[in-house]
Design a protein around this ligand. Structure first.
Ligand SMILES: *[C@@H]1O[C@H](CO)[C@@H](O)[C@H](O)[C@H]1NC(C)=O
Ligand SMILES: *[C@@H]1O[C@H](CO)[C@@H](O)[C@H](O)[C@H]1NC(C)=O
Ligand SMILES: *[C@@H]1O[C@H](CO)[C@@H](O)[C@H](O)[C@H]1NC(C)=O
Ligand SMILES: *[C@@H]1O[C@H](CO)[C@@H](O)[C@H](O)[C@H]1NC(C)=O
Ligand SMILES: *[C@@H]1O[C@H](CO)[C@@H](O)[C@H](O)[C@H]1NC(C)=O
Length: 253
């Protein structure tokens, strides 16, 4: 009796062990279709050079090597990256010493605060915005509040309120969205940094007024001499520009 039970149990165990193994042996052909094509490599330097103008942000990214952190996240993780890039005018609107006095670590944190270590399409922000403060690439206390205001994505962190004014690039694993202010965390700026005297104050443009064609066209104009020996690079630049423009058009709809 006892022996029969043991045998029965053993048989069951053997069966339960061997069945999945057999199934596994049979399954690989069914489970390995052609691998999905690897996502296109996005060169963040190129992208930020042709769009914008984002030269100030790009220079800070290069100087602090945060650029490699972002590129590495884009290249080598499944999560991807979302970067909110302030235009040059957003930096020039703030009085110089506010940034000149930052320590290297503060500058790094400030830049990392402008990114999320995950790719988000604009549509996905609608879900995110219900989660309250969103942690950023800078971690810890460096969070931002993201809200979806009838289709306009608003960002707030510390002293600054801003919004996504244009989608520069949004294809997994990289999203780059233009914002019109620099985020100013209270952990770095104890007081609201003073604004530089505005030479010609531009009224806050509604999203529909972000007309990509004239400004993006100007960006491309000075390039040909520089790039005459490298048509591949040039074509890449126009590709980014075309996408930036279509992204901006999409955001207007
Ligand atoms: C990215 O683009 C920059 C500027 O065109 C170039 O100097 C750099 O080599 C590129 N990096 C890669 C990894 O292709
Ligand atoms: C990203 O990928 C490109 C192309 O494969 C490579 O040239 C570059 O060095 C990578 N950069 C980083 C930071 O991983
Ligand atoms: C920046 O540093 C300089 C020299 O240390 C100091 O005089 C100035 O008040 C500082 N400015 C700000 C905005 O902290
Ligand atoms: C938003 O969240 C819902 C529920 O979790 C999910 O079904 C939907 O696909 C999400 N939408 C986007 C755009 O991520
Ligand atoms: C996010 O919003 C809450 C509520 O208004 C506020 O208390 C908090 O300071 C905000 N977070 C940041 C990083 O500004």
């Amino acid at each position: 009796m006892a022996l029969t039970t043991v045998l029965a149990v053993t048989t069951l165990l053997v069966l339960s062990v061997s069945t999945p193994a057999a199934a596994q042996a049979a399954s690989p052909p069914a489970f390995s279709p052609a691998p999905a094509p690897a996502p296109e490599f996005v060169n963040l330097t190129n992208l930020l050079t042709v769009a914008g103008p984002f030269h100030t942000f790009l220079n800070y990214l290069t100087q602090t090597q945060v650029l490699q952190t972002f590129q590495n996240q884009a290249n080598n993780t499944d999560q991807g990256v979302t970067i909110f890039v302030p235009k040059d005018s957003a930096f020039s609107a703030i009085k110089k010493p506010a940034f000149a006095n930052l320590t290297g670590d503060q500058l790094k944190s400030l830049l990392l605060l402008h990114a999320l270590p995950k790719y988000y399409s604009l549509a996905e922000f609608r879900n995110l915005s219900n989660l309250g403060p969103v942690s950023t690439f800078a971690g810890g206390q460096y969070t931002m509040n993201l809200t979806d205001d009838s289709g306009t994505i608003r960002l707030q962190s510390g002293w600054a309120n801003t919004k996504v004014t244009s989608s520069v690039w949004s294809a997994y694993p990289v999203a780059v969205y233009e914002v019109d202010r620099v985020l100013l965390p209270k952990a770095i700026f104890a007081v609201d940094p003073p604004l530089a005297p505005a030479p010609a104050p531009t009224p806050e443009a509604p999203v529909a007024d972000v007309s990509p064609a004239p400004s993006k066209g100007k960006v491309g104009a000075p390039k040909p001499s520089e790039d005459s020996t490298n048509s591949g690079c040039m074509a890449g630049g126009f590709g980014y520009m075309a996408l930036a423009i279509s992204g901006a058009l999409m955001i207007m709809l």
